[in-house]
Write a protein that binds this ligand. Sequence first.
Ligand code: NDP
Length: 273
Amino acid sequence: MTIDLRNKVVLITGASSGFGQDASRLFAEEGCKVVLAARRLERLQELASRIQDRGGEAIAVPADVTNRDEINVMVKSAIDLYGQIDILFNNAGFGRLSWLERLDPDRDIETQIQVNLTGLIQTTRAVLPYMLQRRSGHIINMSSVAGWIAPSTYSIYSAAKFGVRGFTDALRREVQPFGIRVSGIYPGPARTEFGQHTGNHPMKHSVLRKYFRSMTSEYVAQRVVDLARRPRRAVIIPWYYRIALFADRTMPWLVDWIVIQFLTKKKHRSAAS
Ligand code: NDP
């Protein structure tokens, strides 16, 4: 089934850069009305103006997804203006990747879980009643390949992204009978501002890196729009990560060996210190 995206109202968190920014532009090009949310308002306003200059419809709403009042204002702004939210793209997130004992308990642990997992859950909870009322809607949750396979130094990031996957699966089964679709998207590495926030970690120094080319942000954003057009349970990109997922499920000892060999050995630990 293919859905016509014209005139759909799309709320996008984390719209100020990376996947969220590109997806906002692409949704607008499809004729959607896009509600752009993130903390950096100037960036959102700039993006909204660019979309409007090209004949699209967009509004910028400042929101920190760790703040429930701001989430409510964000959702209310979309409803007050457009009367409905057809698609929620829960995308805001960041990763702080390091050895657990070196992660800051507040900024790197609490906040990472709050933004990547709790914020996504609270945003969904705020939007859901409007979708239930209309018996229609699509929620697209941004997880990661790290929501299936947890490499060393990804402990908190993976905890959050595994959580997003669990939440996505449970919610899909909860709301599908009421006409609401819930999908998870699970990308591997892509070139965005994400790398500016991760800190120094062994993946940055690993030989594995040269075998895994990063995707462009636009490519991931195109897959998000495609998912909105043809809703599915899960999209894992690039395709070859499905092999790694299969290996992790069926031969966890092999994945342990590879991760320890290439990412966790003493030399990597000192390289990433
Ligand atoms: P970027 O750093 O480019 O974008 C992250 C976005 O999240 C920004 O718009 C940022 O906006 C927003 N954000 C961060 N914290 C908050 C907050 N507290 N409240 C509201 N918005 C917030 O990274 P990506 O585009 O790569 O990341 C987007 C999503 O994709 C994340 O969930 C990430 O985990 C996931 N992902 C990324 C991969 C990659 O390799 N790049 C791979 C797999 C998944 P602002 O700072 O203005 O608030």
